[in-house]
Design a protein around this ligand. Structure first.
Ligand SMILES: NC(=O)c1ccc[n+]([C@@H]2O[C@H](COP(=O)([O-])OP(=O)(O)OC[C@H]3O[C@@H](n4cnc5c(N)ncnc54)[C@H](OP(=O)(O)O)[C@@H]3O)[C@@H](O)[C@H]2O)c1
Length: 295
């Protein structure tokens, strides 16, 4: 039996969607919801067997066989590039990109590119993947780019002097910063996509019972584990992503932050266009793209 669909969502037959991080949690529930609406859905995960197993679950739960699995570790820029090449080979159109992958790590980890993992996975992977898929999204317009952020963005601060947390790493500071970076990226992207009919929105999914932060949890997260059953289910947490991906209500809506499928103000800093442009230049440099791309 297909799951109940969030209010405001619309049929998506003929549309193609890529959701990063679709093997579990909010991403998998988003994939089930969008596949149930009739979209062809691609999901990603780090492990091939796990990603294929998740795709099989999504096919079964949505009743839609058009689900594709892509194995890629988005902490590696080479893997992001390989993923983009595979998607561009397979999909002649791309109507929706949901940059959903994200994580929290209590301790500082370094990626194969020598970057701090939270900033690399939560922000730079989405930045690079979006750039690599941009032309296909523009050819498929009207198209939508949806960045899964968090209300943690409200506590974020962009430390331009130490974006990689080399001096004094804190898991929550790195997470809050990465989620604020995602909102600033969304707003700057919407400005750079002006006139293209490709929109960019960001969202908070709610507090959701998933495997989030399980790899390297904080002391607080360990202590809060018994409370997880009182959190939203992944299906509830996917509602705003599904709404932004599918609803005619938000056709053409761009450069906005949503929570509970409603527009909401984000951190004051996120509206600073000079800071957003500076972050863009640094991000482009860190992923090896010319800063003028996507402009
Ligand atoms: N849960 C919450 O309460 C909450 C609240 C606010 C915002 N969010 C945001 O919602 C998004 C989804 O979180 P979630 O709670 O669903 O987390 P989750 O249960 O941990 O799922 C994360 C997904 O991302 C994939 N993933 C993780 N690291 C990856 C990497 N390096 N490369 C490729 N894929 C990777 C995982 O796949 P594999 O492990 O199979 O590779 C999995 O499919 C995140 O951006 C998170 O920041 C969550």
């Amino acid at each position: 039996m297909t799951p109940p669909l969030p209010t405001g969502s619309a049929r998506m037959a003929g549309q193609t969607v890529l959701i990063t991080g679709g093997t579990g949690g909010i991403g998998k529930a988003t994939a089930i919801g969008l596949a149930a609406l009739g979209a062809r859905v691609g999901i990603t995960g780090r492990d091939e067997a796990r990603t294929l197993a998740a795709a099989a679950d999504i096919k079964r739960e949505s009743g839609n066989p058009a689900v594709d699995a892509y194995a890629a570790d988005l902490s590696s820029q080479a893997e992001v590039r390989r993923l983009a090449t595979a998607v561009l080979n397979d999909y002649s159109r791309l109507d929706v990109l949901v940059n959903n992958v994200g994580g929290f790590w209590a301790h500082r980890h370094v990626t194969p590119d020598g970057l701090e993992r939270t900033f690399a996975v939560n922000h730079l992977a989405a930045f690079l993947l979006t750039d690599l898929l941009r032309d296909r999204l523009m050819e498929s317009a009207p198209a939508r780019i949806i960045n899964v952020s968090s209300n943690a963005q409200a506590m974020g601060h962009i430390d331009f002097d130490d974006l990689q947390g080399t001096k004094n790493y804190s898991g929550s500071r790195a997470y809050n910063q990465s989620k604020l970076a995602g909102v600033m990226f969304t707003y700057e992207l919407s400005r750079r996509l002006h006139g293209t009919k490709v929109t960019a929105t960001a969202l908070h999914p709610g507090v959701v019972n998933t495997a989030f932060s399980a790899e390297d949890p904080s002391v607080l997260a360990r202590a809060a584990r018994p409370l997880m059953r009182f959190m939203k289910t992944p299906a509830q947490g996917a509602a705003t992503s599904i709404y932004l991906a599918s609803s005619p209500d938000v056709q053409g809506v761009t450069g906005r932050y949503f929570a509970g499928s409603k527009p909401k103000a984000s951190n004051k800093v996120s509206y600073d266009t000079i800071a957003a442009n500076r972050l863009w230049q640094i991000s482009a440099d860190l992923v090896g793209l010319p800063a003028s791309r996507l402009g």
